[in-house]
Design a protein around this ligand. Structure first.
Ligand SMILES: NC(=O)c1ccc[n+]([C@@H]2O[C@H](COP(=O)([O-])OP(=O)(O)OC[C@H]3O[C@@H](n4cnc5c(N)ncnc54)[C@H](OP(=O)(O)O)[C@@H]3O)[C@@H](O)[C@H]2O)c1
Length: 180
């Protein structure tokens, strides 16, 4: 199973302000423009058969009001949540499980492409050597402090740069694969 990260971050490496705010992300303000499309998100999302997200990202998504993932299988990781809101589709599941165990279970079940979301969650999967690909969209803004995309590691993780695309609004999207 391939495991990907697809995320937007500030040039100084944050995925949200300290309180979780995403107001500095252009999409959050204006929606996708004609020039930029959706930065390849729709095609990426179509290629994914399971989305794994941390509880904090899940709560942020819930705050948007409508569940955006239709019936895509979503696994929410948490040690503190006991249940999910009843109005979510059956495709959403809550689990307390290590990244390695989850990876093995999903692979055994035949999943082909997982999308991992949320800073702490991505960092755990990276540390456990489970991420294959990172698609990172750098927003041309410095926010000074916030929730970091990356964190401490057991050792260096070498990456291969696959490509970068820049958009008129200054966003730069780069794709890297992890050299294993
Ligand atoms: N810029 C972007 O594109 C983007 C994308 C995604 C998210 N975000 C933002 O990032 C923020 C959230 O990121 P974050 O780093 O704070 O947190 P996160 O990764 O979304 O969630 C962390 C939580 O996930 C749970 N968790 C993670 N791994 C687990 C495991 N193996 N087993 C059980 N539970 C596990 C824990 O929940 P419990 O505490 O319940 O145990 C942990 O506190 C939000 O503000 C969100 O909006 C931004």
């Amino acid at each position: 199973m391939k495991v990907s990260v697809y995320i937007g971050c500030s040039l100084d490496g944050f995925i949200a302000r300290p309180n979780g705010d995403l107001d500095w992300l252009p999409e959050a303000e204006t929606g996708a423009s004609q020039e930029t499309g959706d930065y390849g998100y729709t095609n990426f999302f179509k290629s994914v058969d399971v989305l794994i997200m941390g509880r904090k990202t899940f709560e942020k998504v819930l705050s948007f009001g409508t569940w955006p993932y239709q019936n895509k299988r979503v696994i929410v990781l948490s040690r503190t949540l006991n249940n999910l809101p009843h109005d979510l589709p059956d495709s959403v599941e809550l689990k307390t499980i290590s990244p390695n165990e989850l990876f093995n279970k999903l692979e055994e079940a035949g999943y082909q492409h997982a999308y991992v979301d949320g800073g702490v969650t991505i960092q755990q999967f990276l540390r456990d050597g489970l991420i294959d690909e990172l698609i990172i969209t750098r927003i041309p803004v410095l926010i000074g402090e916030g929730i970091p995309l990356f964190g401490s590691l057991r050792g260096d993780i070498k990456l291969k740069h696959v490509n970068s695309n820049s958009f008129m609004n200054g966003m730069v999207q780069s794709k890297y694969t992890v050299i294993k």
